[in-house]
Design a protein around this ligand. Structure first.
Ligand code: HEC
Ligand code: HEC
Length: 252
């Protein structure tokens, strides 16, 4: 009987799957990650000898139990080694790894949200290109729900190093057409049959793939790349805090 109860409890624990992330675990886990994991997974989990932990689906899909065991025992037959740390520390590093991929809104973030809003609407000039809840420009992605859509690291990177990763649908491109004409703009979408290019005026061009002689993706983001210099460390922190709290589901 006892065994049955125990099995039942174990099953329940596994199906609870994920514990809520606590700020102090994430912070302590970061320290452990720096010492024990960053050599292979990069300083912010961006990858190196080991895979990128921010973009891999493995982390976001696995249960706490699976992730914990992978970190504790390593992954047999791969370069991912077992980790010789007490379970408490393993739990913390797992919380940190989770926080890398969790929507930013779900994790604790430092900073002053109100001060961040003031930078967003004022000094940062973000409303020129971005809208929140229907207010603002349309040339950049809508940020109404950015806190739900992206993890913290990607939001930080988007603001401080925009060219590093271009938001889907915002890659600049030139299409050379068989007619001799060429079109410049942002490649909003493409399929095997058709390109959807938006020009600087905002007009959409639907171009059949069979009409294109050459297509070039251009590097760089239309977003200013100097925020890491024009904003102070405190301003950057507060602005990022503000962005992470943007959630269409409310609860700001
Ligand atoms: C010696 C290099 C090395 C170290 C140190 C290391 N890892 Fe890994 N890790 C890897 C490799 C390589 C893989 C990919 C294994 C595979 O091929 O599936 C991996 C896979 C993982 C995965 C699964 C990711 C995925 O997308 O499949 C997680 C999570 C992970 N490591 C976390 C950690 C944590 C946390 C630490 C520190 C406690 C750590 N690793 C230390 C090399 C390392
Ligand atoms: C001149 C227009 C412009 C301004 C000003 C601008 N952005 Fe952007 N932003 C863009 C464009 C275009 C993209 C999409 C391309 C890319 O990912 O770099 C983008 C991308 C982003 C993303 C990533 C969105 C996603 O879905 O991943 C974030 C976050 C962001 N901007 C925040 C800001 C903040 C905060 C400010 C003000 C400090 C700002 N932007 C100012 C044009 C702008």
């Amino acid at each position: 009987m006892r065994i049955i109860v125990l099995l039942f409890v174990l099953t329940l624990t596994a199906s609870a799957q994920r514990a809520a992330l606590k700020a102090e675990d994430v912070a302590a886990g970061r320290q452990v990650f720096m010492t024990s994991c960053s050599g292979c997974h990069g300083l912010t989990g961006e990858g190196g000898r080991g895979p990128n932990l921010m973009t891999g689906r493995a982390v976001s899909r696995s249960t706490d139990e699976v992730l914990f065991n992978a970190i504790k025992f390593g992954l047999a037959g791969t370069d991912m080694p077992p980790t010789n740390l007490p379970d408490g520390k393993l739990w913390q590093v797992m919380a940190y790894v989770r926080a890398l991929v969790a929507p930013a809104f779900e994790i604790p973030v430092e900073g002053d949200e109100k001060a961040g809003a003031a930078i967003y609407f004022g000094k940062g000039g973000c409303t020129k290109c971005h809208a929140i809840a229907g207010q603002g420009g349309l040339s950049g992605p809508d940020l109404t729900s950015i806190g739900h859509q992206r993890p913290l690291n990607l939001i930080r990177e988007a603001v401080l190093d925009p060219a590093r990763r271009i938001a889907p649908g915002y890659q600049r491109a030139t299409l050379h057409l068989k007619s001799g004409q060429s079109l410049n703009g942002v490649l909003r979408d493409y399929t095997t049959y058709e390109y959807t290019l938006q020009d600087a005026k905002g007009d959409l061009h639907f171009v059949k793939a069979t009409d294109v002689s050459d297509s070039r993706l251009l590097p760089g983001s239309p977003m200013p790349s100097n925020y890491k210099d024009s904003l102070t460390a405190t301003e950057r922190r507060d602005l990022i805090k503000f962005l992470t709290r943007q959630s269409a589901r409310g609860a700001n």
